[in-house]
Design a protein around this ligand. Sequence first.
Ligand SMILES: O=C(CO)[C@H](O)[C@H](O)COP(=O)(O)O
Length: 196
Amino acid sequence: MCTLKAIIAPSVLASDISKLSEETNRMEELGAEWIHLDVMDMHFVPNLSFGPPVINNLKKYTNKIFFDVHLMVENPEKYVELLKTSNQLTFHFEALNEDIDRCIQLAKEIKKNNLWVGVSIKPKTNIEKIVPLLDTNLIDTVLVMTVEPGFGGQSFMHDMMPKVSFLRTKYKNLNIQVDGGLNIETTEISASHELT
Ligand SMILES: O=C(CO)[C@H](O)[C@H](O)COP(=O)(O)O
């Protein structure tokens, strides 16, 4: 049986980005334990958000909220040194050309900095491809994208749920995260697949 607890990580992209520290504190006061920070570089995804200077500054104005950084970037290796103030760094399997050895190297580098390691997969990527990486026990979280990464406001892809069930069946203690198109209904659907 899975003993992990459910966590909601509000996305900074959904906030008034001109008031980042107030918005983050507001989420914390409302009970959020994690905040999700989407770094986009206009290369891995066709959109640009914010990067290490903004995240590192924001960290100074928050108390204990967990900084869950989702790197939607090419060459995520370049960001580890720059984002040591965060708590979890999630890189995209596809950004490393699906190269397991490169993923292992990066995961070790992130761990060396005492951060949690996340790996994310895009909707079209077969979940079984990351099994050799998960079997190393270096990964704390798998982020299953339930929209094409890059933009908010897209519809939740229900056909990603078998990936969640696959992961939970095989890895009882893995954190499984979903991102994109989440609302009360789709959050419940996602959670129910985590329980299978
Ligand atoms: O990673 C993401 C998109 O690439 C985001 O987290 C996305 O912004 C989620 O937004 P929404 O809840 O509107 O789908």
